[in-house]
Write a protein that binds this ligand. Structure first.
Ligand code: NAD
Length: 314
C-alpha cells in the first residue's frame, strides 16, 4: 500500500524523524521540505543511500506543493531560543513562522492530510494550526507528551528492572513545565505503581514519584546541555504516531488535540491518551484521573490558554 509523508523542516528533528521513518519502513514516499533547500536535499540524499539495506521507498526533497497528496504533514520547522531571549519572544517568533510563513503556504496546497505538529511550543502551534487551517478536531495532532511519556517509561524501566513494554504510564497536559504524571493509572503488568512492589525492589511513595518526575524533566534538559538538541527520541515518537495513522492501528498514545469539555477543559490543544487511526485522533480516552490529577490537567490547560492570550495580545 502506498503512502506519503511530507516533513516540513529538515533540521535536527526533521532529519532524525526522516531517518527513523525510513528505517521503520512505514511509508513508500517521504519528502523533506525546508527553506534551506540544500539542507533538505542533503538529508534526503544521505538517508536515500541507506535504501539498499532497508525497505525501498521514495525519499527526496521538495517544495510546499508536495503536501497536497501527503497522507501526513509533519511540522518540525521552528527556531530555538536565542541568548537573552524571553520565553514570550521565542513563542512569538515560532508562532510568527507558523502563521505568517508555513500556514499560508500550506493553505495554497492542502487537501486532506492529517497534520502532526512537533515544533515547539507544540501545543500552542497545534492550536493555531487547527484554527488557521479551519480543520476539524482530530485532524491536527500535536506530538504533545508522547516524548515525555517515553522518557517516563524509560526511567521507570530502569528503576524497576523491567521492560519498557510491560509498563503503562502517562505524562499528560502541556508538553512543558506544567506536565504531570498520571500516577493513579500507572501500572506494571497491571499492578499499580503505589506502595511497595517487592518483586521490583521499589517503593512508590510521593517522594520517589516526585524524584522520578525530576529525573524525567532533567533527562530532557541534560540532553540539550550535553549535545545541544534532542532528536532521536522525538524521531521515534513521530514514527509511532505516523504508524498509528497510516496503518489505522487504533493505538493509544498521549498526544494533543483540541479539548471539548473533558475535565472541564475546552478550546485548547493539550495531551490526553488518544486513539490514533486513519482519521488522526479518533477518540480521547478518559483514563479516570484522580481529583488531584484532574486539577493539574486544568492548571496545565490554563497555562497554555494564558500563553495563547499573550501571543494574541502582543
Ligand atoms: P533546527 O533549527 O535544527 O531545525 C529547524 C528547521 O526548520 C531548520 O532547518 C529551518 O531552516 C527550518 N525552517 C524554519 N522556518 C521554516 C519554514 N518557514 N519552512 C520550512 N522550514 C523552515 O531545530 P530542531 O532541533 O530540528 O527542532 C525543531 C523544532 O522541534 C523546535 O521547535 C524544537 O523545539 C522542536 N522539538 C520538539 C520536540 C517535541 O517533543 N515536540 C522535541 C524536540 C524538539
Amino acid at each position: 500500500m502506498s503512502s506519503k509523508i511530507a516533513m516540513i523542516g529538515a533540521g535536527f528533528v526533521g532529519a532524525a524523524a526522516s531517518y527513523a521513518i525510513a528505517l521503520s519502513g512505514i511509508t513508500s514516499d517521504l519528502v523533506l521540505i525546508d527553506v534551506l533547500k540544500e539542507k533538505a536535499m542533503g538529508e534526503a540524499l544521505d538517508i536515500g543511500h541507506t535504501l539498499q539495506f532497508i525497505k525501498d521507498m521514495k525519499i527526496r526533497s521538495g517544495d510546499m506543493d508536495e503536501i497536497s497528496d501527503a497522507d501526513i504533514i509533519v511540522i518540525t520547522a521552528g527556531t530555538a531560543r536565542k541568548p537573552g531571549e524571553t520565553r514570550l519572544d521565542l513563542l512569538k517568533r515560532n508562532v510568527g513562522i507558523l502563521r505568517n510563513s508555513i500556514i499560508p503556504e500550506m493553505k495554497k496546497h492542502y487537501k486532506d492530510s492529517i497534520i502532526l505538529v512537533v515544533a515547539n511550543p507544540v501545543d500552542i502551534l497545534a492550536y493555531f494550526t487547527q484554527k488557521d487551517m479551519g480543520l476539524p478536531t482530530g485532524k491536527v495532532i500535536s506530538s504533545g507528551t508522547n516524548l515525555d511519556t517515553m522518557r517516563l517509561v524509560y526511567r521507570l524501566s530502569e528503576v524497576m528492572g523491567v521492560s519498557t513494554k510491560s509498563i503503562t504510564a502517562y505524562i499528560l497536559g502541556e508538553h512543558g513545565e506544567s506536565a504531570f504524571a498520571a500516577w493513579s493509572s500507572a501500572n506494571v503488568a497491571g499492578r499499580k505503581l503505589s506502595g511497595e512492589l517487592k518483586e521490583f525492589g521499589v517503593t512508590f511513595d510521593d517522594a520517589s514519584k516526585d524524584q522520578i518526575m525530576v529525573d524525567v524533566k532533567n533527562g530532557g534538559a541534560s540532553i540539550i546541555k550535553n549535545k545541544g538538541a534532542t532528536y532521536y527520541g522525538i524521531g521515534v515518537s513521530i514514527v509511532a504516531i505516523c504508524r498509528g495513522i497510516l496503518f489505522d492501528e487504533k493505538v493509544v498514545l498521549p498526544v494533543g488535540t483540541m479539548m471539548d469539555g473533558l475535565y472541564g477543559v475546552t478550546d485548547v490543544n493539550v495531551s490526553m491518551p488518544s486513539v490514533i487511526g486513519r482519521r488522526g485522533v479518533e477518540k480521547v480516552v478518559d483514563i479516570g484521573l484522580s481529583d488531584a490529577e484532574a486539577a493539574l490537567f486544568r492548571k496545565s490547560a490554563d497555562v497554555l490558554k494564558q500563553s495563547i492570550k499573550e501571543v494574541l495580545e502582543a
